[in-house]
Structure formats: structure tokens, C-alpha cells
Design a protein around this ligand. Sequence first.
Ligand SMILES: Nc1nc(=O)c2c([nH]1)NC[C@@H]1CN(c3ccc(C(=O)N[C@@H](CCC(=O)O)C(=O)O)cc3)CN21
Ligand SMILES: CC(C)C(=O)C(=O)O
Ligand SMILES: [Mg+2]
Length: 298
Amino acid sequence: MEPAGHNPSVTPADNSAVRSVTDDDAAGIAAGARRVRVHHLQRAKERGERITMLTAYDAPTAAILDAAGIDTLLVGDSVGNTMLGHATTLPVTLDDMVRAGRAVASAAQHAFVVVDLPFGSYEAGPEQALASAVRIMKETGASAVKLEGGRRSAEQIRAITQAGIPVVGHLGYTPQSENALGGPRVQGRGDDAAEELSQDALAVQEAGAVAVVLEMVPRAVAARITEFLVIPTIGIGAGPEVDGQVLVWTDMAGMTDWSPRFARRYAELGRALQQAAADFAAEVRDGSFPTEEHTFDQ
Ligand SMILES: Nc1nc(=O)c2c([nH]1)NC[C@@H]1CN(c3ccc(C(=O)N[C@@H](CCC(=O)O)C(=O)O)cc3)CN21
Ligand SMILES: CC(C)C(=O)C(=O)O
Ligand SMILES: [Mg+2]
């Protein structure tokens, strides 16, 4: 605490751009609530209020996205290709997800935090899935886990749900199965494939999932699933007739040169960061940084 009227010569960094969302200024599906919870997701669908979700992998980014009023933060296994230098999500480990999940959950004041179960941490069966989900919940402070697959993952979803852990499903293009699916392609095209996808969506809901991500699905198929499911759908490359939208934050913010067709780039952060680094280097080389204000005497 500063004494009244004290004017410190050294002021702390200005963090006013990253302030927490309060009861007064929170936008989104849980405005007025301190924390987004499962019932807010369900209520949003019933009221026709769209749910917002972005990925996050670290504390400072999570704090910024949370302060922007994003309803739900997904600690995606896309951390593998976006942050850890892997080509795909397949090498990502439960340890990787725990570290990222803890960082995001510790920084998010308002958002509902969901952590992906990585490839290899749930496929063996409900016991393995429950053990992985329990570890995520114990060690991160997240509110839910997400796993890929419909009927093939229903017993896993049921076991985790029955232990009191909310589960988000993930259908359509499921990146952990990219080798079986033949790469990133739209899923559920054609009557038979659309019917299979619908059966998977019903199975995920029936197993107890609180929401389901639909990735790279034709808009009409996503719209129909959204209509017949009671739980909210969150689309990525699934068109506008879903209950919410999710994007990988680095795609949304234009951090990299390439982004998927289904993403819109709301900034060009990669370009801005490169320019900042180039400006720093130029000023070091010409001696214009540091100056007196960055320097300590005696
Ligand atoms: N940065 C990033 N964004 C994502 O959306 C994302 C990840 N990483 N990693 C995990 C999964 C993988 N996803 C992917 C990966 C590749 C494409 C892709 O190459 N799409 C091409 C072709 C799509 C088509 O068939 O038309 C594209 O041009 O968008 C799409 C989604 C979605 N997820
Ligand atoms: C693309 C989203 C839905 C995801 O699963 C991830 O980022 O890992
Ligand atoms: Mg994922």
C-alpha cells in the first residue's frame, strides 16, 4: 500500500490493459458472474447467446484473453504444433497438458477452462481416461476436460462424468486421428457420413458431455446436430449455425504466416512482434537503447 499522497519515483508497469473482468464490465454468457460455469453454457444455448472459446497455453496470454471477456479458454493439445515445435498434436503428453493447464487456470479469473486429454491418455479405456482426467483436475485447477471421438469414446466420457468432472466432446475432424482420417479434411459429407456423425453426437450427449466441439463439418450438418442436441455445440470450420465458435488463438491473432481457411485473423501479431524485435536490435546496434531512464547509477 502506498501512503496517501505519496508519489513514487518508480512506478509499476502499467497493466491497465490487462485488467480482470468484473461484475460490471463482463460481456458474454456469464456477465455478472465471477466465474463461467457449466450451467452458463447450457443457459446460453437456451437463450440463443453465442459462446466464445479461444485456445490458451500460458499464463500471460490467458490473462489477456480472459480480460477480453472470452467465455471459455481451451488448453488445446494444439500446444504441440503452436508452441512446442511438433508437426502435429500426436506427441503431446499428459505432462505437457498439466503444465499448460496450470498456467492457464492460474491466470484465468473469469473464463471456464477446459483442458484437452492428449493422444494416448484415454483410448485404452474408461479407467485410463478417468485417471488422466483426475490428474488434470488435481494438478491444474481447470473446470473440465475435452477428448476426441463419439461412440468410440462414450464409455470414457461416461466414466469421467460420473466422477464429477465435466467433459467436452470433439467430433468431425479429430486431429489425434489424422493418420486414419487422411489429414485435415471435412467430415460428415454425404448422407451416410452425416448420419454417422449425428449418431456420434447423440452418443456424446447421452454419455454425459456438457458441450461438443464440431470441427470441419458442413454447415448444414452442424446446424442439424445443433438443433437436435440439448447440449451446446461449439464450431471450428462448422459454419455459423452452432451455439459457439472456437479458434486457436495464434490463428485468430495472426501470429504465424499460415492459418487455416476457417480462421479469421483479427490482428497481425506475428508481424508486430517481428517489427518490435527488429526495432530493439536496431537501437542496440546504433546505441540509442538503453538511455538514462533504463540505467542505474552508483
Ligand atoms: N494452428 C492450429 N490451428 C488449428 O485450427 C488446429 C491446430 N493448430 N492444431 C490442431 C488442429 C489441427 N487442425 C487443422 C490442421 C490443418 C488444417 C489444414 O491444413 N487445413 C487446410 C485444408 C482444409 C481443406 O480440406 O480444405 C486449409 O487450407 O485450411 C486444418 C485444421 C485444427 N487444429
Ligand atoms: C482446435 C481445438 C478445438 C482443439 O482441440 C485444440 O486446439 O487442440
Ligand atoms: Mg485438441
